[in-house]
Design a binder for this molecule. Structure first.
Ligand SMILES: *Cc1c(COP(=O)(O)O)cnc(C)c1O
Length: 375
């Protein structure tokens, strides 16, 4: 059989709507306009959505390149799609730079030593190594601060044989409008100074999801949205009507009658206040569900909220379904949805778990199968 849908071997699954990712990408492109390109960030397995599965959708919808954090993430993409441009935004240790050159990966660097090493590796393979330079405007994570010495060092990089300096970028700490503006101005002035010294950068970029919505002028000629692509909104001033692309769902594995006064799960931390019907659900913290959602989280079953009760285990948890009609083994439960059915959104999960939305989606592990719809 051609194109047979692979059998899904688990009830707990992550359904990703590629049509929604395409829609979000088109909204971002519309917002930034034709002068600015979009480089989707698909690190951490595409924020849990599956980097390999979403990459073609993003390229088809006009991505200039794909950005990841690590060499392993870049290699995984290059194995599947040798021709897609992939930027590693993180540091690659010198001993591993030969992989970058051999696989035509674009690397972030900030020193002449890294530039020379890439240039000589590229020369030996008769290739050109492509790099983006990282400028530290205050985050103090990667890159060097703007200075005459750094400017001179960057000018030298342009003379390294077999090296193509393709871009320059910085990252905002998003510590507030004033602090953001200081970072942006520092970056802009440094790029202008370098241009005055004869350096030309095809790409200049500083904006992540929040910045590209909130600060139109920070878009420069390339933006690096991650969260926004998946439908996560965090912008404070602007708004972009992106939609959550992912649904996390499962099905009841067993039902129990629990008498008033009885406990359940580890340590019996939850005790039934009334005679209750408890559903066992086959997902747990090893699937990426926050363990601290005990007695805060809930699932939607037959349109009704069923609170998670008792300690959340590695692979399973329990929900009180006493007030839910028509439950049986196999009934579907929505863990994270887009909220239209009353389901817990990623945003609500983040707020209940005391973290941010990116953390909630990026922590979804490889164990739940991904199911792709919408294309
Ligand atoms: C993760 C990351 C992004 C994307 O951030 P979002 O907030 O998800 O848009 C952009 N740039 C860099 C350098 C990053 O590490």
């Amino acid at each position: 059989m051609v194109n047979a849908t692979p059998e899904i071997l688990r009830d707990t699954k992550i359904v990703v709507d590629l049509g929604k990712i395409a829609y979000n990408m088109s909204k971002i492109r519309e917002m930034v306009g034709p002068q600015t390109e979009v480089m989707p960030v698909i690190k951490a397995n595409g924020y849990g959505h599956g980097a390999l599965a979403i990459a073609p959708t993003l390229i088809k919808n006009g991505a200039a390149a794909l950005a990841v954090a690590t060499l392993t993430e870049a290699l995984e993409l290059k194995d599947a799609y040798p021709d897609y441009p992939v930027l590693i935004m993180g540091h690659t240790p010198n001993r591993l730079l030969h992989h970058v050159v051999a696989r035509d990966i674009i690397q972030t660097i900030w020193s002449i030593e890294q530039a020379e090493m890439l240039g000589s590796l590229a020369a030996s393979l008769q290739k050109n190594a492509r790099v983006h330079i990282k400028v530290d405007t205050g985050f103090h994570r990667l890159g060097k601060a703007p200075s005459d010495a750094f400017a001179a060092e960057i000018c030298r990089m342009f003379n390294v044989a077999h090296l193509c300096v393709e871009g320059i970028f910085s990252h905002l700490a998003l510590a507030g409008t004033e602090a953001d503006e200081i970072q942006y101005q520092q970056f802009l002035h440094f790029v202008q100074k370098l241009e005055g010294l004869g350096c030309r950068f095809r790409y200049q970029h500083i904006a992540d999801s929040i910045a590209c919505v909130d600060y139109p002028r920070y878009r420069m000629n390339l933006v690096r949205p991650g969260a926004l692509l998946y439908g996560m909104k965090s912008a404070q001033f602007g708004d972009l009507p992106v939609v959550q692309a992912l649904t996390f769902q499962t099905a009841i594995s067993q039902l129990h009658q629990v008498a008033a006064g009885e406990g359940l799960s580890y340590d019996y931390l939850w005790k039934a206040k009334r005679d209750s019907i408890i559903a066992t659900l086959p997902f747990g913290y090893a699937d990426g569900y926050p363990r601290n959602l005990r007695e805060k989280g809930y699932v939607i079953i037959n349109g009704v909220k069923a609170p998670i009760v008792g300690v959340i285990c590695m692979d399973q948890c329990m929900a009180d379904v006493t007030d839910v009609p028509d439950v049986c083994c196999g009934t579907e439960a929505i863990i994270y949805g887009d909220g239209h059915d009353g389901s817990m959104t990623i945003e609500e999960a983040a707020s209940l778990a005391g973290t941010n939305k990116n953390d909630i989606i990026a922590r979804l592990t490889a164990r739940p199968p991904r199911v792709y719809i919408g294309e």
